[in-house]
Design a protein around this ligand. Structure first.
Ligand code: SAH
Length: 546
């Protein structure tokens, strides 16, 4: 950038064990300001979307050709971009200094006279266990742990890993990169004195939707892993703590490890997506709604005049989109939030109230029931300041339910409606989400409005496989109107939210998915979606994907 900035800077950032949410706040911040990102295969791909649009993204696992970059090439690339004055983020799975060769990269930068900041990450060596409900230490069970590589640098002599020492070195033993040599490792540990009946586990692809866990005695873990087809990346865990897993797993959220299809506009999906993520679920966003601005100009113009004349007693917003679109449209009329000074504001629900708040407007009334009937009821209940003889402005989407306007008019109000946009189905669904549906790897679907149901079906069109995947998932709806539309579309509603909000929807998801766990007949679901009880060692438990 500026001539005075002779050199750039490198941040050596730990991306965490596999879920995008497990990067640190500091790591995310530098990633969002990066000019160059050099990333590893183990860094969650979703994180790359956090880099600025213009950033150069370099896949260190797959350089120009189809070969992995050598360590020297990686070091040279870091030096080159830092020398060119760039803000470079080196994004590595887990923690950069835990078997990540981060030290070599930092040394190369130091040798080149460049500067570097380490931002630690959550290492899979510890977090991978927690994600499988195995505490790495536990009072009276394990008071130490050892982390060791199962894949020593091949240029070192075979004796470089002292298995005799590791076998007794810690109560819990965690082996990274050992999945290809499980038999040899287990054998060496037993030979060195570890009890063959010690509980052991393999945790594959922790924190990702592909996570799988198998458990067995130490002397059987290699065979069990082979039979289950467990490959890299996996952690081998050996120690009595593995025995705590079934009890801890019983307390896990039914959302953990599940894929939940979210069908809103991309911008709106984020609250629900974070709520799903916060319980260990994996949101799959399939935007089934695209908002197309289509303002009823004459109605808008008339409403603007009436606002100027302070003619409205109430202004009603029925969605967060309506808030944004409404204020934007009014700006086109030369009005801003001050136009509502003489009026009271009703927001249909919490999300709408929050959207208003973001624009500095506090809703005067949020009905208990976030449906059209609730609005009428709340306004009638508001007494003098309520509805009788009032002029009311409703700002909303085309095709909204008639019950709102009819109810208000029946209660004695004069109602002006300004429609601002249409919610339409996007031209096509994102291929990843479609592929997951077709493969029946979506565990649950959350519908937040009737239009999300209709539009999802429009997007899926005649795709029979995808529709079958939808029918196989547990469908959860935000409220009665959405449930009705869902059923009319031939889908079964597994649960309807009692409270018509995102937290209410998450509660419904939990109930719907725990019902799957306990009562759904095996054959009704694809095998890999079953969560087998892990009562005994030797159990093979699979995540939501094979
Ligand atoms: N720096 C990384 C480790 C890199 S070595 C960290 O701190 O996590 C690569 C090995 O890490 C893999 O072979 C595997 O043993 C382990 N590993 C990394 N991510 C993993 C994950 N999500 N699940 C299971 N094992 C993982």
């Amino acid at each position: 950038m500026s001539a005075s900035r002779a050199h750039g800077h490198v941040w050596l950032v730990g991306a965490g064990p596999g879920a995008p949410g497990l990067i640190t706040v500091a790591g995310l911040e530098v990633l969002r300001n990066a000019e160059v990102v050099l990333y590893d295969r183990l860094a969650p791909p979703e994180l790359l979307r956090e880099a600025p649009a213009g950033a150069t993204l370099i896949d260190a696992g797959k350089a120009a050709g189809n070969h992995a970059m050598t360590q020297d090439e990686i070091n040279a690339t870091l030096v080159e971009h830092a020398r060119a004055g760039k803000r470079v983020v080196r994004l590595k799975g887990g923690d950069p200094y835990v078997f990540g060769r981060g030290g070599e990269e930092a040394l190369a930068l130091a040798e080149a006279g460049l500067t570097c900041t380490e931002i630690p990450g959550v290492t899979s060596a510890i977090a991978g266990l927690a994600l499988a409900h195995i505490p790495i230490t536990h009072r009276n069970v394990a008071s130490s742990f050892v982390v060791v590589t199962g894949h020593e640098d091949p240029t070192k002599p075979e004796t470089a890993v002292d298995w005799t020492r590791h076998a007794r070195g810690g109560d819990t033993l965690v082996v990274l990169m050992g999945v290809g040599r499980l038999g040899a490792i287990a054998g060496a540990l037993i030979e060195a004195g570890r009890d063959p009946s010690t509980p052991a586990a393999l945790v594959h692809a922790a924190a990702t939707p592909r996570q799988r866990v198998v458990t067995a005695r130490l002397d059987e873990i290699a065979r069990v892993a082979l039979e289950a087809g467990i490959g890299a990346p996996s952690l081998l865990v050996v120690g009595e703590v593995v025995g705590l897993r079934p009890a801890l797993e019983a307390a896990a959220s039914p959302l953990a490890g599940k894929r939940v299809l979210i069908t809103r506009t991309r911008a709106q999906a984020s609250t629900l997506a974070s709520a799903v993520q916060s319980e260990g679920g994996h949101p799959v966003v399939l935007p089934a709604l695209e908002l197309e601005r289509r303002v009823d100009e004459p109605a808008l113009h008339a409403a603007a005049e009436a606002l100027r004349a302070r003619a409205y007693r109430w202004v009603v917003f029925t969605s967060a989109n309506g808030v944004d679109a409404g204020l934007e449209a009014l700006r086109g009329e030369g009005l801003d939030a001050r136009a509502f000074a003489g009026a009271r504001i009703l927001a249909i629900g919490d999300a709408t109230a929050r959207a208003l708040l973001a624009r500095g407007l506090v809703a005067d009334l949020v009905p208990a029931e976030a449906v059209g009937e609730g609005v009428v009821e709340a306004l009638v209940g508001a007494g003098m300041e309520g509805i009788e003889g009032a002029r009311v402005l409703v700002l909303r989407a085309e095709g909204g339910r008639a019950v709102l306007l009819e109810g208000l008019r029946a209660a004695g109000a004069t109602v002006d409606e300004v429609t601002l946009y249409v919610a339409a189905a996007p031209a096509e669904a994102p291929p990843e989400a479609l592929a997951l549906l077709r493969a029946r790897q979506i565990d649950a679907v959350a519908f937040t409005s009737s239009s999300t149901v209709r539009n999802l079906l429009t997007v899926l069109g005649e795709d029979i496989e995808a529709r079958a995947g939808l029918a196989a998932a547990r469908v959860v709806s935000i409220g009665p109107a959405t449930s009705e539309t869902t059923r009319a579309a031939g889908l079964e509603v597994a649960r309807e939210a009692e409270v018509h909000t995102v937290p209410g929807l998450v509660t419904a998801l939990r109930e719907a998915l725990s019902a799957t766990r306990q009562t759904a007949p095996r054959e009704a679901l694809s095998d890999a979606r079953q969560t087998a009880p892990c009562e005994a060692l030797g159990a093979v438990e699979e995540g939501p994907q094979r």
